[in-house]
Design a protein around this ligand. Structure first.
Ligand SMILES: O=C(O)CCC(=O)C(=O)O
Ligand SMILES: [Fe+2]
Length: 551
């Protein structure tokens, strides 16, 4: 796929009301710069929130904010998966997905494909609806498993009601969920849905090699760097995550684990929660940032309430030609009480989105009949396993485990926001600690802006092509991540890198920091030695954790 068609695709996603021809013309007139084309199409207006925190006026109609992005086709009537028992469904899904995922990863568009001098213009096929477990397994290469009716019906209803109230600020913490805000091309944008982030209460952490504060701090990455507090799991969420954890143990025991993924138990220790109120609320194309999940994470995403389509689109290598079929958007309907498991490799190979829909059915709780409240909300909870070997450093090692702190309504003091932690100046390049192999865990690399970086996969193969053109063949002997041993036995050859995150909150300005993930040098995976056993204190950790050199 050429840079042009990639940019064109992005423009089509942002401005679906414009024809591909028109977008192509504007892209060419903008010297093929995506940013310039976007600016031109937005008429130079900043995308600011209605409350205008930048102080600039809202000049564009609402459809030009993020919630106007990706206006998809109206939701087509779709066939719900046929009913079956929970056990049978797990089996059915497993039988089509087990152990095949990583060999199938190799069959996805390769980052080593040859450039195509004249790629054909992208053809816009409508999304392909995947309505059976077999279709889902085939088209997602085993990277998605859907489990309908995952929770007992009564728990699903209770959890849904609580989370709707919680999102409105009427339960638990009495604080409504917020919209994320961040910068894109130096314009402030806000998420077209509301969101919040949940972590384990300190008393749930006894004996674990991380602490609640560390992961509360990690909530910042969920919020694109905006300073927000994490909340503690509500009782109904705990009930659900226990059941989901047990189910996931079975599902994962039957799958091949990727050498770079977490090799221990998958424990859902955090959850991002999203509320989509009405047909227009949505989330745009993205893949989940890997900063605390590490490479090849498994994410268990629970849907409650209104049914909405979930879309997936493969990342296409920047240097390869693509056909309309390899690039086709996939669509899966997510009904109430469905678990959508995004397996290891899904974030690396696909983007996902919840598009706005033209119309939607309201939701009534099972058993309440027509008299029941007509809900307009879809609640989503993505249960995630934040890895100790990817945890933020400043507070790791200070496990509280205090039962007197049982279930506080919310972390009362804001977590030690990375943007506010007094930072030592980044060390000079010569003192870069990356050169010394060390197995002591040193946390998240900090960039030159003094903030923790984001971990992302080199999903399009751009970095790989730039770094090592000679390794661009899939038969390359150069291992990923420059490591020997188990972590080098990656069945695909994707790279991961740390990048500056400051731009998301710093009026779009970044320091261009870029550093390749190296599991061994950074003391992760099988080289992980928890800082507590290395006698790291919170105070010294602040200094140790920052300022790795740029490569
Ligand atoms: O609402 C969903 O199903 C997707 C949410 C999502 O993409 C996320 O939490 O990262
Ligand atoms: Fe996501």
């Amino acid at each position: 796929m050429s840079a042009d068609s990639s940019a064109l695709q992005t423009l089509q996603a942002i401005f679906p009301a414009h024809s591909p021809t028109e977008l192509h013309r504007i892209l060419l007139a903008s010297n093929r710069s995506l940013e310039r084309a976007t600016t031109a199409l937005l008429g130079h207006a900043p995308i600011v929130s209605a409350t205008g925190s930048t102080g600039k006026s809202l000049k564009r109609p609402r459809e030009h904010k993020l919630d106007g992005w990706l206006k998809g086709a109206p939701l087509k009537a779709q066939q719900a998966p046929p009913p079956a028992t929970r056990r049978a469904k797990v089996k059915e899904a497993d039988s089509t997905t087990a152990t095949s995922a990583f060999s199938l990863l190799r069959s996805l568009p390769s980052t080593s494909s040859l450039p195509s001098p004249n790629p054909p213009p992208p053809v816009n096929l409508p999304p392909l609806t995947l309505s059976t477990p077999a279709m889902i397994a085939e088209h997602t290469h085993g990277l998605i498993t859907l489990i309908p009716n995952v929770l007992p019906a009564d728990l699903a209803s209770r959890l849904y009601k609580t989370m709707v109230e919680e999102s409105e600020g009427k339960a638990g913490t009495k604080e409504a969920w917020d919209r994320n805000r961040w910068y894109l091309f130096e314009r402030e944008v806000e998420s077209p849905h509301t969101t919040s982030f949940y972590v384990e209460a300190p008393n749930q952490l006894d004996g674990k090699s991380y602490d609640a504060q560390a992961f509360a701090e990690a909530a910042h990455h969920w919020y694109n760097g905006e300073k927000r507090s994490a909340r503690v799991f509500l009782p109904e969420m705990d009930e659900a995550r226990e059941l989901i954890a047990a189910l996931m143990r079975t599902v994962l025991s039957e799958r091949e684990r990727h050498p770079l993924e977490w090799q221990g138990d998958w424990a859902p220790n955090v959850a991002a929660a999203n509320c989509y109120r009405g047909a227009k609320e949505s989330v745009g194309w993205h893949s989940d940032v890997l900063t605390y999940l590490g490479p090849y994470p498994t994410i268990a995403s629970l849907s409650l309430g209104v049914s909405r389509p979930f879309r997936l689109r493969p990342f296409l290598p920047s240097t390869s030609s693509s056909s309309a079929s390899t690039n086709r958007t996939l669509e899966i309907r997510l009904d109430h009480n469905t678990l959508c498991i995004m397996h290891a490799g899904c974030q690396e190979r696909f983007k996902h989105s919840i598009p706005p829909v033209g119309a939607m059915d309201v939701f009534r709780l099972p058993g309440e009949g027509k008299e029941g409240r007509a809900y307009r909300e879809r609640i989503n909870m993505t249960f995630r396993h934040y890895r100790p070997d990817f945890a933020p450093l400043p507070t790791i090692g200070s496990i509280t485990g205090s039962s007197s702190l049982a279930r506080p309504p919310v972390h009362s003091a804001p977590p030690p926001a990375w943007a506010t932690i007094p930072l030592a100046a980044p060390p000079p390049p010569s003192s870069s600690s990356t050169s010394a192999a060390s197995s002591t865990y040193r946390g998240t690399p900090y960039c030159h802006c003094g903030v923790p970086t984001l971990l992302r996969p080199d999903a399009k193969g751009r970095a790989k092509a730039r770094l090592a053109p000679s390794t661009s063949s899939s038969s390359s002997s150069a291992p990923p991540n420059e490591v020997k041993g188990k972590e080098a036995e990656s069945p695909d050859d994707l790279l991961f890198f740390w990048t500056c995150a400051a731009g998301m909150q710093n009026e779009g300005k970044t320091c261009k920091f870029w550093q390749r993930l190296d599991m061994r040098k950074e003391g992760r995976g099988r080289w992980f030695v928890p800082p507590s056993s290395a006698k790291t204190t919170a105070g010294s950790a602040e200094v140790v954790g920052r300022g790795e050199g740029e490569v």
